[in-house]
Design a protein around this ligand. Structure first.
Ligand code: NDP
Length: 398
């Protein structure tokens, strides 16, 4: 019996609920809990057969979480709320002795800074309690860590360089919208860029470095921009042969134009400002105005392509390998009522959960994805909707 508690009923929570419900062999009972009960009920109603129980919880409050976990008695908590809730949910898992999984690392609400230090600091307490936390089991972070681990295990003897490249070649037809939580998305892309080079982080202004990358399978050339992304922190720690690590993402000119204006007028600020006698946080107000990413599902057409180019040595010779997945927005919507960004995050969260519950990946403590054997994970990921392709070849330096 593997009962799972999903926390967060946004775009990603919807996919996790749909996919857990498909795997009756693993997830025998499912509870979906979030701050707004109606969103849980809406998702539960989409899934046939009364498979999903719902509950309301404020995941900022540890006692509320503990009470819910004690009532539901899950074996695993899948956290797909926001990065702000990571530590409170980990505290509640520690108190109740239940395994934990998330898709994004902790970020304090009042500082646009995300790093693993806060969650890695739980390792000894999780180990002592005999429970496991799996961090960053989405696509990037998540599958990109697993692709890097696969390159290191199978295709290269030594991985020296990685370029993680994330393309959303889809179009939702809106003037400006983000494809996951707007507040988290804008905080991420406006952060100072960092990449890893020769044993240290090198800083540059956000989105200041642009290249063109020719994406496979008919997607073609697109502009990619360098930004900081959290999986690089754990990858360079756990694969210390990596000398250079960069993360790249596509943005349309239209997205960048809107973002620049919003930044210039102060709408992306995360500190409180006084407005009509009230305190408001501009980025939270902006989130209220922008389209809900969940509403983009029926509108978004096209594909995503997310992958890793790993460069290094095999049998003493230089070698490169590109491992990627291509996902179609409309196919994702037809299956789960969500576009591909939520889908490519939610499916790996469920596969991570399957790894933990079946014992294929289970160790007490706090772990990142690349610390486990990539093969059992990838063997589940393809049939669950995200197959990968491996090409050995030559790509220009980025
Ligand atoms: P959404 O904003 O669509 O959903 C977030 C959900 O969390 C909402 O249901 C929200 O409730 C709920 N929530 C927020 N605060 C609380 C709280 N205090 N207590 C309980 N529930 C709360 O976000 P997404 O679904 O797009 O993203 C979910 C997570 O996935 C984020 O952490 C994001 O960073 C991560 N992500 C990871 C990716 C990866 O590849 N690794 C890619 C994309 C996203 P309410 O509706 O009431 O606000």
């Amino acid at each position: 019996m593997s009962k799972v508690l999903i926390i967060g009923a946004g775009g990603v929570g919807r996919v996790v609920a749909h996919k857990c419900a498909q795997r009756t062999d693993i997830f025998t009972e499912i509870t979906l809990a979030s701050r707004t009960l109606e969103k849980c009920q809406e998702i539960a109603a989409e899934i046939k057969g009364d498979r999903i129980k719902t509950a309301r919880v404020d995941a900022d409050r540890v006692p509320e979480l503990v009470a819910l976990i004690k009532k539901e008695q899950p074996r695993l908590v899948i956290n797909v709320a926001l990065p702000y809730q990571d530590l409170t949910i980990m505290d509640a898992c520690l108190e109740t002795g239940v395994d934990y999984l998330d898709t994004a690392n902790y970020e304090p609400v009042d500082t646009a800074k995300f790093e693993y230090s806060w969650q890695w600091a739980y390792h000894d307490r999780f180990e002592k309690k005999g429970i496991m936390a799996l961090l960053g089991s989405g696509f990037d972070p998540g599958v990109t860590n697993v692709f890097t681990a696969l390159a290191a295990k199978t295709y290269l003897d030594v991985v020296e360089e990685i370029d993680i490249i994330d393309a959303n070649a889809g179009n939702h037809g809106q003037p400006f919208a983000t494809n996951f939580n707007p507040e988290i998305n804008i905080r991420e892309v406006t952060a100072t860029c960092r990449h890893w080079e020769n044993g240290q982080w090198v800083e540059s202004p956000p989105l200041a470095t642009r290249r063109t990358f020719d994406f496979p399978e008919g997607i073609g050339p697109m502009s990619i921009y360098r930004l900081y992304h959290e999986e690089m922190e754990s990858l360079v720690k756990h694969l210390p042969t990596i000398k250079k690590a960069q993360f790249w993402m596509t943005f349309s000119d239209n997205y960048l134009k809107h973002l620049e204006v919003l930044q210039n007028v102060g709408m992306t600020r995360i500190d409180e400002v006084e407005f009509n006698g009230q305190k408001i946080v501009p980025i939270q107000f902006l989130k209220a105005l922008l389209p809900d990413p969940g509403s983009l599902g029926p509108l978004t057409k096209g594909k995503t392509c997310i992958g890793v180019i790993a460069r290094g040595f095999k049998d003493g010779r230089r070698k490169q390998v590109y491992i990627y997945n291509i996902c179609d927005h409309q196919a994702c919507y037809a299956e789960t009522n969500s576009q591909a960004i939520s889908y490519t995050t939610g499916v790996p969260a469920v596969v991570g959960g399957i790894m933990m519950l079946t014992g294929k990946w289970h160790k007490a403590g706090v772990w990142n994805m690349e610390q486990f054997d990539p093969e059992p994970f990838l063997a589940e990921l393809g049939p669950m909707g995200l197959p990968h392709t491996v090409i050995e070849g030559e790509w220009p330096e980025l």
